[in-house]
Write a protein that binds this ligand. Structure first.
Ligand code: RTP
Ligand code: MG
Length: 141
């Protein structure tokens, strides 16, 4: 399987719960390496641009309000099949439907406050990584 990069965000609810380290441990135990990271409090414009694909959806305003409600931790994960591997670690969007042992099953409260974001394809990953990180901020290792 090819080595890929994917964009991960630890959302405001999980940052507020102080579980950044526990979530990073799950990435590392699954063989994913953090090759870039930063904490940010997203502006409304940054959150709207990031989730632009959802702008016609009924939940868009709530999603933007939630993503700007507190700081997030943004990281680039690298590893074999990183996009799918990260989605598997995250679990289903709605934590009530997330498989036991996934990040969302263990740390998320609701479909809005669902702990993490992960790119859903290699195409999305390329756009999302570039949205938050300059090439010089990524440290392959
Ligand atoms: P994410 O983009 O945050 O990683 O989540 P996802 O791929 O699992 O879900 P997506 O369909 O991309 O939706 C983005 C975020 O919008 C919120 N959402 N709310 N109320 C609803 O029906 C609804 N559907 C989605 C979730 O917080 C989801 O993570
Ligand atoms: Mg998504």
């Amino acid at each position: 399987m090819a080595v890929e990069r994917t964009l991960s965000i630890i959302k405001p609810d999980a940052v507020a719960k102080n579980v950044i380290g526990e979530i990073y441990t799950r990435f590392e135990k699954a063989g994913l390496k953090v090759v870039a990271s930063k904490m940010k409090h997203l502006s409304k414009a940054e959150a709207e641009g990031f989730y632009a694909e959802h702008k016609e959806r009924g939940f868009f305003a709530d999603l933007v309000a939630f993503m700007t409600s507190g700081p997030v931790m943004v990281q680039v994960l690298e590893g074999e099949g990183a996009v799918l591997k990260n989605r598997e670690l995250m679990g289903a969007t709605n934590p009530k439907e997330a498989a036991a042992g996934t990040i969302r099953a263990d740390f998320a409260e609701s479909i809005d406050a669902n702990a993490v974001h992960g790119s859903d394809s290699t195409t999305s990953a390329a756009r999302e990584v570039a949205y938050f990180f300059a090439v010089t901020e990524i440290c392959p290792r």
